[in-house]
Design a protein around this ligand. Structure first.
Ligand SMILES: C[S@@+](CC[C@H](N)C(=O)[O-])C[C@H]1O[C@@H](n2cnc3c(N)ncnc32)[C@H](O)[C@@H]1O
Length: 291
């Protein structure tokens, strides 16, 4: 049974936007100030400059490019980026693949940042954003060529409702491109906090078998599915080593995920690394087609 309390946007805002929820400045104001402090005009930014804050998944832009290749995205396609966070994948799909992206996220602070970053990078026309619950969007049916979702389904308690919404929104023969976290064979509880949850109520991991079964039950046929855990673990290990060795830089560094997640971020990264290494979680990437 879905846990109704976990459906509340406030629950997720407390996790993803904790500093502002506790009475601090908004995420956008804090990030813009950090860009200024690092000598960058927050209204004119490049995709390389913002990569530290707009790729909230394992593997960064390389993993997104791999997923786009799995899904054979082509210019002009309309893509719905579900649980888009600060919008990095939407911008990458717009700039590098010529897609028309719409990012949807339930966390209002992320949508505000996503819209600002698309304006600042000159991609506001081709990457747009909407604050909504992925399970019930106000969008018209049969209007997307593909649904894209990276590291977000494990935040959603009612995946069946989300998949039904994707069926409604996809054009006939549309694809679903997923880069997601599932549980591994180790039944012990995962170490928390991780980047998607601080407490177990916000983490809705299922096994790979259950993940595949849910997609099949919703009418999606698998075209490709890869277990990319080893690559994700190597990437996370490299970043955890860097984070542990961090020295005070000579000049203010570009904003990174710690500005979003706060001091908890180092522990989140280490826990995710350890959960991957202990086979408590695995990472899948694949493409499905609407039957
Ligand atoms: C770990 S972040 C990943 C963000 C982005 N996909 C990325 O890879 O950079 C998970 C995102 O899912 C969003 N999310 C969780 N539940 C949602 C829901 N029911 N509807 C829309 N977005 C949701 C969260 O607000 C968060 O931005």
């Amino acid at each position: 049974m879905p846990d109704p309390s976990a459906l509340s946007p406030a629950t997720l805002a407390g996790h993803y936007d904790g500093a502002a929820q506790a009475g601090g400045e908004s995420l956008m104001v804090r990030l813009a100030a950090a860009f200024r402090a690092a000598g960058h005009d927050p209204e004119h930014l490049g995709l390389d400059e913002i990569a530290g804050i707009d790729q909230l998944h394992l593997g960064g832009r390389r993993a997104s490019r791999h997923l786009a290749a799995l899904g054979r995205l082509v210019p002009g396609e309309r893509v719905l980026d579900v649980g888009c966070g600060t919008g990095g994948a939407s911008r990458l799909l717009a700039q590098e693949f010529g897609c028309e992206a719409l990012g949807v996220d339930i966390t209002a602070a992320f949508i505000e940042v996503a819209e600002w970053l698309s304006r600042a990078t000159g991609l506001a026309e081709s990457s747009r954003f909407l604050c909504a619950d992925a399970a019930r969007t106000p969008l018209a049916e049969a209007t997307f060529d593909a649904v894209w979702c990276q590291h977000a389904l494990m935040n959603m308690p009612d995946v069946a409702a989300v998949l039904a919404e994707w069926r409604r929104l996809l054009k006939p023969g549309g694809r679903v491109l997923l880069h997601e976290v599932v549980s591994g064979d180790n039944p012990e509880p995962i170490a928390l906090p991780v980047p998607w949850a601080s407490d177990p109520a916000a983490s809705h991991l299922c096994s790979r078998a259950a993940f595949e079964a849910r997609l099949a039950a919703a009418g999606f046929v698998s075209e490709s599915l890869e277990d990319v855990t080893a690559t994700a673990l190597a990437w996370r290990q490299k970043h955890s080593r860097r984070e542990a060795a961090e020295e005070l830089p000579a000049a203010p560094a570009l904003p990174g995920p710690a500005l979003i997640f706060g001091e908890r971020f180092a522990a989140m990264g280490r826990n995710l690394r350890d959960n991957l290494a202990a086979d408590k979680v695995r990472i899948l990437a694949g493409c499905w087609r609407l039957a």
